[in-house]
Design a protein around this ligand. Structure first.
Ligand SMILES: Nc1ncnc2c1ncn2[C@@H]1O[C@H](COP(=O)(O)OP(=O)(O)O)[C@@H](O)[C@H]1O
Ligand SMILES: [Mg+2]
Length: 299
């Protein structure tokens, strides 16, 4: 079953399409990286799912049920735009207010549970406004985790975080999906970070989903290549092409595609008197994949 299924979602603001027939499929258990330029409609999509905005058209299904279903709504946790915390109240007091709002039973137990997940057990008494940005984001996630949601929606939660903050956030999100069985939808434009944890990607442009792809599928498809520099690059090019290798001379190096194993390649070059100056394996990552898509080229 999919955690989220969206078909034909459309939302206009003053006659302008923010979402234009968007389709989206988020499998259960995924960390789904939601990518797109500013203004492409990520937050609008997330707000529609959470019921903060009413779509003009389209269908949203969560765990096989209409998104308006009360049972399914209770399984949803979100951090969109800001945490909604009171700055002068403590972390604990903020969580308590939310726990009361949600009508939770074992409130203290639940607060302890979420603080532990976001690595904030030691800081429950801290006043919210005294917390660092990284802590505030983690408190926002703790707020969203109250009531043990099955789906967590996070809008750009790693913006502005330092390297440590990002690493912690990564660990937390992996923990939530692996150990708490939660599905995570996370929007971000920090592709290098997203790439380390996402299991699926959805790429949005101008209110339309232009590509959905599993990370495993992307790894398989990503155009891996071997870069090679020798003393005589033209002869090297002729040599490798001679054995059927797809190769091009570009940016001062020879790029060879579809090479699984470099041993045979170096042997071939050495046997033919070519001295290898450099031989490296490259993988084209999310960033390049995304840029290719944006330029209208299918990666
Ligand atoms: N409340 C609103 N009123 C008017 N226009 C809005 C509103 N919210 C979003 N938009 C517009 O909708 C488009 C999509 O915005 P948004 O979903 O915030 O994009 P993203 O989160 O990908 O940056 C933008 O053009 C934005 O200006
Ligand atoms: Mg946004």
């Amino acid at each position: 079953m999919n955690a989220i299924e969206i078909r034909g979602l459309t939302k206009c603001f003053r006659g302008m399409y923010a979402l234009d027939g968007l389709n989206m499929t988020v499998p259960q258990g995924a960390i789904y990286g939601f990518i797109g330029e500013n203004g492409s409609g990520k937050s609008t999509t997330e707000k529609c799912i959470c019921g903060h905005l009413v779509p003009d058209k389209g269908k949203i299904t969560l765990f096989g049920k209409p998104y308006t279903d009360a049972g399914v709504r209770a399984k949803l946790g979100a951090l969109i735009e800001n945490t909604g915390c009171f700055p002068s109240s403590s972390v604990h007091a903020n969580l308590m207010m939310q726990a009361i709002n949600l009508g939770l039973k074992d409130r203290e137990g639940e607060i302890r549970r979420v603080l532990k997940i976001v690595r904030m057990e030691e800081h429950a008494k801290l006043t919210f406004k005294k917390c660092s940005l990284g802590m505030k984001q983690r408190i926002g996630i703790a707020m969203a985790l109250l009531g043990d949601p099955a789906l967590l929606i996070l809008d750009e939660p790693i913006n502005g975080l330092d390297a440590d903050g990002m690493r912690l956030m990564r660990e937390i999100l992996v923990d939530i999906t692996k150990n708490y069985g939660c599905t995570v939808l996370i929007s971000s434009h920090i592709l290098g970070e997203l790439e380390k944890i996402a299991t699926h990607y959805g790429i949005l442009r101008q209110g339309k989903m232009i590509k959905e792809i599993a990370a495993s599928e992307m790894d398989g498809r990503a155009k891996a290549y071997v870069s090679l520099r020798t003393e005589d690059m033209l002869s090297a090019l002729a040599l490798v092409r001679g054995v059927g290798c797809r190769a091009e001379l570009t940016e001062g190096e020879l790029r060879l595609y579809g090479v699984e194993e470099t041993g045979g390649l170096s042997a071939l070059l050495l046997q033919n008197g070519q001295r290898i100056l450099e031989l490296k394996k490259h993988k084209i990552g999310l960033e390049e994949y995304y840029e290719d898509l944006m330029r209208g080229r299918e990666a």
